[in-house]
Design a protein around this ligand. Structure first.
Ligand code: 4NP
Length: 164
C-alpha cells in the first residue's frame, strides 16, 4: 500500500480537555493559515478516559477563543491502535510519555513518540507543557504560549523534512 501523503499527528495529554485539544486547534489554525491542510491530519487523545465525549474545558476554550482558536474536539482515550494510525504521537509531559510508551505494540513504535517541547524554540526553560487544570488563568496562557511556539516548530520541521 502506498504511504499516505499526509503527516498524521496525534497530540496526547492526560484528560484530553486542556492541553492536547488546544494543541490540535492551534496546529490546525497554523496549517490552514499556511495553506497546508492537505498535508496534515491532526487529532488528540488523553491517557485518562474519564472525560471521553467532553468538549475542552471551558477555561481553555475561552483562553483559546481570545487568541482566535475555536476548540471543538470531543475527548477520547488514547489507544494502542493509535501507534498504527499516526506518524507522530506528541505528548505534553513525562507522565504522558510513560503512559503512552506502555501501550506501544513493539519497541520500534517508540520512535513515533515525541515530547511537545522538542519543537519549541522560545521556551528553553520548559521540559514539559504543565497541566493547567488546577491553575489560574496564567496557567492557560502559558500553555497557549508554549503551544503556539511548538506548533510552529513542528509544522516547519514536517515541511522541511520534505515528506510531501
Ligand atoms: P489535560 O488537563 O491533561 O491538559 O487535559 C487535565 C484535565 C483533566 C484532568 C487532569 C488534567 N483530570 O484529572 O480530570
Amino acid at each position: 500500500m502506498e504511504k499516505s501523503m499526509k503527516e498524521k499527528i496525534l497530540f496526547v495529554c492526560l484528560g484530553n480537555i486542556c492541553r492536547s485539544p488546544a494543541a490540535e486547534g492551534v496546529m490546525r489554525a497554523m496549517v490552514e493559515r499556511a495553506g497546508l491542510e492537505e498535508q496534515f491530519e491532526l487529532d488528540s487523545a488523553g491517557t485518562y478516559g474519564g472525560h471521553a465525549g467532553d468538549l475542552p474545558d471551558s477555561r481553555m476554550r475561552s483562553a483559546a477563543k481570545a487568541r482566535g482558536y475555536n476548540l471543538t474536539h470531543r475527548a477520547r482515550r488514547f489507544r494502542e491502535d493509535d501507534y498504527y494510525d499516526f506518524d507522530r504521537i506528541v505528548v505534553m509531559d513525562d507522565r504522558n510519555y510513560e503512559d503512552v510508551s506502555r501501550l506501544a505494540p513493539e519497541r520500534k513504535y517508540l520512535q513515533k513518540v515525541y515530547r511537545f517541547v522538542e519543537f519549541c524554540r522560545h521556551h528553553p526553560q520548559w521540559s514539559y507543557v504543565p497541566d493547567p487544570y488546577y491553575e489560574g488563568r496564567e496557567g492557560f496562557e502559558l500553555v497557549l504560549d508554549l503551544l503556539e511556539d511548538g506548533c510552529k516548530g513542528l509544522m516547519e520541521e514536517v515541511v522541511q523534512s520534505g515528506k510531501n
